[in-house]
Ligand binder design. Sequence first.
Ligand code: M6R
Length: 595
Amino acid sequence: MCGIFGIVSKEEKPLGPILTEAGKRLAYRGYDSVGAAVFTDNSIDLRKDIGKVEEVNEKLNFSEMKGNRGIIQLRWATFGAPAQVNAQPFMDCKQEIVGAENGNIVNSIQLQEILENEGHTIQSTNDGEICVHVVAKHMRAGKTMLESIQLAYKELKGDYALIFFNKVENKIYAIKKGSGLVVAVTENEAYCSSDIPSILPLTNEIISMQDGDIVVLEPGKAEFYRADTGEKVERKAKVHKETMESAQKGGYDHFMLKEIHEQSDRARDLIDLLNESKFVEPFVSALKSAREIYFVGCGTSYHACQLGSYYFNKIANKRAIPSLPQQFIEEFGNSLTSEDAVVFVSQSGETKDVLNALNYAKEKGCKILGMLNVLGSTLMNISDVYLPIACGYEISVPATKTFLNQAIMFLYMAFRQADKDTSELAELPGLIQKTIDETDESCKEIAEHIKGWKELYYLGYGITHPIAKEGALKLKEITYMHCEGIFSSEFKHGPLSAVEKDYPVAFITAPENVDIMISHINEVACRHGKVLLIAEDNEVLQKYATSFVKVPKTNQILFPLLATIPAQLISYYASKNLDLDPDFPRNLSKTLTVD
Ligand code: M6R
């Protein structure tokens, strides 16, 4: 996720070290390039490059930058590769204003065309540059900076936070719409930032901006205006007592919980991106024209591949074969041809097992499609076509938000394969939030209930089978208990023998599979096993349940996505109850670059 920080000071002073330190405090969000801009000697001094804050500082000497106003931005690439030209901040054509963005401008392609027709030169493929040119356009037409930002607000579609300054006024301007932005004022300075930790060492009195707010910062002063009406509004500071580390976790106890709670916003980011991106069409058409389609990934990413395969079958009547990378080579390798398309799915884009299979498929001439979170990764560089899942940095080792967005991407692709309208996806972010809000309590109770258990089966039928496997993986990964996720109809072919009084089995039941699941539940219930249910509210199911997590009402297709959330939350709380650290489970690593 990108991070931004801006400062305006009464006196000209060495701002480079302040910006560098603020940048370091934003680094936990993940990034691939850094840039800083200050106003000095009647011009804007802008320095930026790919790399870590320390590396770029050493190379470009941020430390020597002086001035009375400045911005630093850490960029996490989603579109536009990580490259110097795409690093932020950006200046307008006349180098009179500078600005940086966090977020996504979903109509940037259309705006770029308009701006270029009006004579603007856009150098990067980063939508942040578009924001600066849009504001500059209005200033050239004689508007003040505040008026120009108000006009830009009407044109820029998407969720974003923007910070600007110009050559004339000793002020910082910022606007918030959808992305986080906070402000603080001290006697001789004022600051704004995408998040609290970067400001905390400077002051702990922090003002949270609201969506649609513009702030004008001067040394010792902050004035707030509504972007749509121009009305001046009051925003009050709150004293923050948390440490920097807890602030980085956004007030949550662990990154895992923070990342679970982010899922609604990240889903919205991805849906916006899919609706707008020019990279989508080549991906869709490569799949449409393929003779055979394979989805390849490891661990959680493999479960997303399995769900993707169900979606392709159910929505597009199309076969897509999910496979583990080694299995892909061993089981399908000899039959691969240049007419086949292989989607390699990896959050990190660096998993060695995946890259081995990718190199194999490349030699066979297959079309290589990458689905990844980390731009600039090896998977991105080797793929013929790639799409980012737009999750931002995932810190906790257990994958949560990246699974959900991989699954949403597969669902979108299935709709496109079937030439069906994708607008149904628009309701997902709201449903995801509702599921988090409505299932959290019952997940806590179940986690308490399973404390001390040494094993558990998760059963799913059809489209919920991958979710049962994902729920089981999450639970074993961070509680170290044994847990297996299997297809519910397979249970009677062996594992059922383990069931005795109080033996625990969890069932993830999609709305159209209630009847068949009842018979599978019965196999456990009649042997006095414990039945944990994740399903929509249902009177009959209720009768069998020892514990019931009620998922908000939706449909067969969206249900698996929502059902993932309680499975994540149960694992999280179970791990916490055992006093384990869910973010960093023993023996595991976030990126596995070994065979
Ligand atoms: O970066 P990748 O998506 O390629 O990682 C694959 C697996 O190592 C990963 O999903 C792993 O299973 C997760 N830690 C599970 O939560």
